[in-house]
Ligand binder design. Sequence first.
Ligand code: ADP
Ligand code: MG
Ligand code: MG
Length: 884
Amino acid sequence: MADNKFVYIFGNNDTEGKNSMKDLLGGKGANLAEMSNLGIPVPVGFTITTEVCTLYLKNGQYPLGLEEHIDNAIKQLESTTKKNFGDLKNPLLLSVRSGARVSMPGMMDTVLNLGLNDDSVVGLATKTGNERFAYDSYRRFLTMFANVVLDIDHDKFESALSSKKKDKCVKQDNDLEVEDLKELVEKFKTIIKDETGKEFPQNAREQLQMAIDAVFSSWNNQRAKTYRKLNGIPREWGTAVNVQSMVYGNMGETSGTGVAFTRDPATGEKRFFGEYLINAQGEDVVAGIRTPQPIKTLKNTMPKVYDQLVDIYMKLEDHFKEMQDIEFTIEKGKLFMLQTRTGKRTAAAAIKIATEMVEEGLIDKDTALLRVEPEQIDRLLHPNIDPTSTYEVMATGLPASPGAAVGEVVFTAEHAEEMAKNGEKTILVRAETSPEDIGGMNAAEGILTVRGGMTSHAAVVARGMGKPCVAGCGEITIDIKEKIFNVGDYTIKEGDMISIDGSTGNVILGEVELILPGVTDELETILKWADEVRTLKVRTNADTPHDAEVARDFGAEGIGLCRTEHMFFGEDRIPAVREMIMAEDIESRKIALKKLLPMQREDFIGIFKAMEGFPVTIRLLDPPLHEFLPVHEEVMEKLRELESSDASQEEMERVKKIGERIEYLKEINPMLGHRGCRLGITYPEIYEMQAQAIIEAACELSKDGMKIVPEIMIPLVSHVKELEFVKKHVTTVVESVMEEMGIKLDYLLGTMIELPRAVLTADQIAKEAEFFSFGTNDLTQTTFGFSRDDAGKFLPFYLESGILEDDPFAVLDQDGVGQLVKIGIEKGRSTRPDIKIGICGEHGGEPKSIKFGHNVGLNYVSCSPFRVPIARLAAAHAVLENKQ
Ligand code: ADP
Ligand code: MG
Ligand code: MG
């Protein structure tokens, strides 16, 4: 025998695995073993390791000795169950279940009742005295085996079953009689023969081998690949296979099957939550075959089983110190556990559970923080329906995943994906969803299904994705051919606008008003804990007092980027701005700037007030001037109009001049053109006016006793001499304002670092700059040489073909741009050790980039107001992950 151990027993006294062996046994196998170790009833079985999967997929064959290991394990199952595999009178039946390291819901399918054939089904019927049960099991086995192992379309069997039910005028599978099931079995075998050209394999060991092969191969099927890609799961992990003796939930009224969560996965509330079906097997509950019953009714129907289940779930939660998602089956009043794993939950539930488990003494604060993903907070701040609005509810289904969504109706996943590519919002409406729909679910704003319960595929996946979902809305009938759905008196066509509310289950006609919720007490607690741990400061990007206030409520500790150009676009300002740009000499430019000065001062007063006590970094004018002028076409049009009317010569001249100025200012490549400090150097009076407005505003508020901390930031510096030049002009103004107002104010003057040359000469620049702010948008653009405005033409292809893993404008490119950030920090600190360094731009609110920022020693990140809470938590995670 080979040295390697390929097979691990669980479910009896010889259990070999445990929870910490997830890498080898997969999550399902490791936890089945762990439950056995805890004395919880688990049907006996064995796990074939993930190593076998990796070897099999690499070499195209199994490691030597595997077969013998499997045969030995089966012998153990036989002796524990007192049944024999392949036996005709007393057959041991098996389930074959996949199970990777992390749970991949619905990705790889399970085969139940394996080992049945034309003879043993008779034996099983005789042995149990339940012919109906035996044939029900056989027809299920044939369907699953055909689908999972032989790759025959599930619909073929489904429609045979449906037409049988129609013939018999019954609604439920359970209403079919033995004779019907026998006929179905024959029909199913014919389908298999027709589809594969071969008879259905009658040999149990052969069936088992084929099923094991299929599970391992399924690691590389399209659905699994898509899921792995969406969730960042490496291909090398592989899956384990669990082979387990069957227990039967389909043996009559005292049998059943169910799924449950130890806490409410939608709200996090501490209550046992789940569903079950009597006389059912496997995934009937999840697939929405019949509408399941809420778990609490089990208390009445089978009180003993219910109590036992409660004991078990509490034991499991206490042991794993985590909310568990469990699967169980009851065979003639006897309870068996078939799975336990960490339960998926909504963002709100994650936060509630984490904080409450700390209160209960189950976990510590650090663990609680790590249990909430920074991105999850984003979902909490996602829209809900404005409670003051009125709307028309067409129907109500199950509130399967909270939040509200608005979009055009689509009926297929592909359609949702197409629409999303064009930036269009959709609601995906399906009878029920399956793993093939994942891409479309991800692309849609929300999901609406006709069938299925709170634990249906749609519900589970939507909650994981943070998408609003209404499930099991049975009032709806979909007509796929006509591309419509009917509900009550309504007929909704593809492309019609609807809204769904995943918190109430409402399906609403047309478009509702959405609002953003605030921060809950529990989120407040988590963020407070995060603040205790993190060392990185979090500021916000804000151009208005309103944004500054919102950000401050979210916990921002200052403004890292206040752009001044947005202020110039105001209706009351643009005439003066244009006058300034049109000015042909410095004197007339100064006159125009004088008009702007008081307005700018008011802007800054508002923002300083909103951020009182915290630093506010104001960036002087950055974009090229032509952005403030009308489009050339429009001006030419106007000129033609004037020519055909009898406008005065003077008016014509004026418009013509604007046209000429636009032509003059036009640039081939404005992103690399006359912008940033280049403006401040050619027109110093612009920056002088801005500096004056900033310092006047700050002095005025200081006089009233407020603590104002202005930081003036010069954009697009590439050479220290640029900074020197601008600095001289700015400082002269600042000094003279302070002298005039009789106030001495602390302020800083610093620069953006957003060009590679600035990074490479950061030591020189730091001599003149009191702070650096990495403008990672421009730095990414100039490092890659990717024009941000044109990258849309090729970046998607780069991502699809794997040339780039992430969009570098969304996730900081640590290997390239990140290296520049590092160099910039080192060089900057080499000449000014206490220089304050931050990052602004999209990356400042992106968790991976934030963690990187922490690790390279930034002082702060700055992000949009709604991402401030995310950044606070990500910064704490950075500290905790380094500790681990
Ligand atoms: P998934 O990974 O999709 O959850 P599982 O391997 O858990 O798939 O199997 C799906 C369902 O099949 C289980 O929830 C359970 O109801 C049923 N099942 C699996 N193994 C057994 C078994 N040994 N006896 C009875 N039912 C089983
Ligand atoms: Mg499944
Ligand atoms: Mg399962």
